[in-house]
Every structure is written in structure tokens, then in C-alpha cells.
Design a protein around this ligand. Sequence first.
Ligand code: NIG
Ligand code: FE
Length: 412
Amino acid sequence: MAETTLFVHDLAAAVSPRGSGPLRGRDLGGLQVHSPASVAIAGDRVLAVGAPDEVLRDYPPRPDCETMDGRGKVALPGLVDCHAHPAFLGDRAAEFELRSGGASYEEIHASGGGILSTVEATRRGSEEELTAAVRRHLAWMLEHGTTTAEAKSGYGLDAETEIKSLKAITNAAKGSFIDVSPTFLGAHTVPPEFDTAAEYVGFVVRSALPEAATLARQADVFLERGSFEVPEARRYLEACREHGLAPRLHADQFSERGAIPLAIELGARSVDHLENTGDAGVRLLAKSNVAAVLLPACGLFLDLPLPPARRLADEGAILALATDFNPGSSFTESLPLAMNLACTRLGLSPAESLTACTANAAHVLDLPDVGRLAPGYKADVLVLDAPDWRYLAYHLGGDRFAATIKAGRLVS
Ligand code: NIG
Ligand code: FE
């Protein structure tokens, strides 16, 4: 039997989504709570979670085993950020100021700013500079409890810079405590060198996709007015799928234009945003196996309408929550902030919010052994310095971790 290598004893509680796989409907808020609890870890896996006397009896720490006193604290699974854009250079502070004076995100995009200004800055930098930027962004995420994250390209929009971005993500991931799932967002928007979205998609599929597919696990498209419509999104995602990348879509952020039916047709892993999804879209999505990823920090940052979170949850959708970390529409790496907004603005409970950025987010990234604090799962554990796990969502801006454990190692 595996031997305990790290032992966290006498916690006020240990909390995890129940079961396995994605949770939906009534199960979305179904947590397993052990109180009090101890956690035994062997190597990079969770060995046992349960009542302190039982864990101590069955999985006793050896004399050389690392131990941690959990009294007055709670343990939770490491958070999973399933939608993030950390591969960029430069910033959009000037654009943020323009928006504070009333300019809209879409107006700035239409006049050649927005995403395209980050594309310019990202194209100018070297692979080393971009690697350092991704590394810095991953370190910020870890400070907020994220132990697994998606990392999208999408600020290159030419073959060279898209590949440079995916290589920078891979390089940064190697030296990071965060496990990273790279996504090829070659269809983020149409760069100025192309007159039409269709021409650009043809180009990016020919020139970047073959190599991108060796570096990424998933593919993404921004289906929106001013970027890509259904025919080009379908062409891009089908080509990516043929190269083994799982399709995902930025969907219904500013306008509803067919993203959900397309996602279902393609067997996409998720549709993300959904601030403008109407009733028919909610019903279709809730019945499907396509996950609904909500990004409430982006909604706050851009003052978007609220997505139909409660209806999606009640009708049975696989709901996930993410930061959408990026320099333009959501400059935050904090999943606890996203959880707070889900509770205060979207009508989700703390338990639903936790499942949405652990077990269900891991499902979106197709990582079945991540997102739960349960035997056999990857030992990614947050020890929250609070007497109640709900502080994670409740203490706004105050996520205080006594420890972060990544793959069985104490990393902070
Ligand atoms: O998810 N909507 C498209 N992409 C990002 C924003 C990217 C940017 O503004 O740089 C998003 O909001
Ligand atoms: Fe995004």
C-alpha cells in the first residue's frame, strides 16, 4: 500500500464536490463535507480524507512524513481556471481609462484597438519575453488558489506569433507549479492584414494549425459580430477537431448569433460567456453535454448583462466558472472573486460555485483526476486559513491560504 508522505491533521473541515465527472442539476451543489477532518497524501495523490481518528489509524504518518496542523482551517480542492488568456505582452491601462470615460469595449475594438492592440505588442516581443509574461501570470494565479489553468493563445493571429505563444505557454508551464492546458485560439479576431474572416480562417488553418495542434489540447473561436460568424467558426473548429483539438467557443458575449447550436452540432467541450443567451439557448444548452462556462469578472469589468446562470443551473446545464483572465475585458486572476460574483450577482450558492471552478472546470479541460479532494485524485489542495470553507467566496478579496499543496508538495 502507498505510504503517507504528507499529512494534514485535525482540520475544521475538508470539502469536495461529490461523485465523479461533471455535476449538474441537483448534484451541482452536492458537496462532501468531513468535519473535523484529516487528509493523507501519498506522492502526488490523495490517499484518504475523513475523520481524524480513522485517517490516523488507517494511514499513519511515518516519522519522516511531512505534517501540517490543520486546526482552525479548512481544506478544499485546488481551483481550476478553465478559461484564461495569460499569453500576452503589454497592457490595456489606457483603454481602461477610455472605458472609464464612457467608450465601449466594442467601439474600441471596431476602431482597431482592444484585442488588436495586444496583438501588436505580443507580435513585437520575443519568445523569451512572452514566456516570462506567462510565467508571471501563472504565479499570480497560484497566489489566488489556482492549481490548474487553461492558457489560450490568440494574441498572435499570424502563424509565427500563434506558435510563439503556444511555445511560451509550454515553456512557462514547465517551470510552474500550475498544471497548464494550452488552447489554440487562432480565431480570436481578424487581423488587419485580411479583408474577410473567411480568408483569415483559411490562412490560419493552413499556416498555423498543423504545428499548433502539436502544442495545444483544445481550440477556441470568438463567435461575435466584428470577429467570426457561424460559417467561419464551423470551418475553423472542424479543422481543429480533425487535428485532435477539442472545440470550444466564446459565445453570446455581446450578441446571440448561433453559437450554441453550432457547439452542440460539433460536440464542443464548452461555450463560454453567455451574457446574451436567450431562453431557447438556455434550454438547448441545459439538455446537452456542452458545458456552460460563466465569466462573471468579465461581466463586471465590461458592465455586461448578467448571464442566465440560475436558469442554466436549474435546467441541468454543466456549469463552470472561470476568470477569463486577459488584459482587456477581465484583468483578474482571482477565481475566489469569480465565486463571490457568482454568489452575489448570479444567484449560485457557494457550493455550486465551488463545484463550478473545481470538478466542472476540470471536466471542461478534460482532466478527470483533478478538481476533487478525494482518494485517487491529484493531491492539489488548498488549506484556507478560515473556520468555514465558504470564506473562499464570502471574504471578498481576502482569500487567505495557510498552504497550497500541488501534486502532493507544499508550494506555499
Ligand atoms: O473572453 N471576447 C474575446 N476575448 C476575450 C477578451 C480579449 C481581450 O479583450 O483582449 C474575452 O473577453
Ligand atoms: Fe475569453
